[in-house]
Design a protein around this ligand. Sequence first.
Ligand code: UTP
Length: 287
Amino acid sequence: MKLKKAVIPVAGLGTRFLPATKAVPKELLPIIDIPSIQYVVQEAVDSGIQEIIFVTGRGKDAIEDHFDEAPELEQILAERGQTETVEMLRRIVAMTEVVSVRQKKPLGLGHAVLCARDLVGNEPFAVMLADDLIDNDVPCIRQLLEIFEEKQESVVALMEVPQEDVHRYGVIKGSEVKKRLYQVEATVEKPQASQAPSRMAIIGRYILRPEVFAILEKLPAGKGGEIQLTDGLAQLVRERKVFGCEFEGDRYDIGDKFGFVRATVAYALKRPDLKDRVIDYLKSTIQ
Ligand code: UTP
């Protein structure tokens, strides 16, 4: 079965970035001049995914606007002769087809994914979290897709994290069946370090089979009173095979303030228009 759709949940409140996120969706905070959500949509498009489903909430309309046409703005820019900027804006609109569904209350990531059920239908789909930026020549979700295409089973992205950080993640118990490929035996949401089954954390990229919806529908609230996707995965593992892909790439947790700063510096260093000045600046500030 070919995978065509990616669900990007963007209905969270973004409390760690208040007050910035009081009126601006977290997903539109830019890394330099590109909103973080655009990097994630680009990753999906570069991986051959054709349709993006946003699960949005109150105050998040600007995310859809970002991927929509802006004729008035384009006209003013055209009148000013800024044709390259007009073309750049048009490329964003042409990138992909975007549809959206509302999550009325932020009841958790698992619930957000469930909200996309009707738009996804009875087919496998990707879930991509805009909090995780992953930089690699082969996009992270493409790496997962390659495993899915072979196994036709759900696949989660995995990264080894320090013991002191496991409490921030969903963590798997599993066995490495091939280099960088794990068969998941169990998942635990945000375990204490002493109780974590491993240091392999689930990062915000998933390929899920549609059977997960029936599980999420019945799932009670878990950690933090939220319906957790990791709890849904724990149940899915009992019903079907689930694989883990220890992906290649640099991952930035931009839902975290320091992660956001790291991403900003790293992406600036990749930009020819900024690199030299940023290096000079960093050198001058740490002397
Ligand atoms: P987070 O746990 O990072 O929550 O959600 P958050 O609200 O975005 O940010 P903080 O922790 O309050 O600062 C992980 C992802 O799941 C989405 C978020 O938008 C984010 O992409 N999410 C979370 C939903 O769409 N709905 C929810 O009910 C919860």
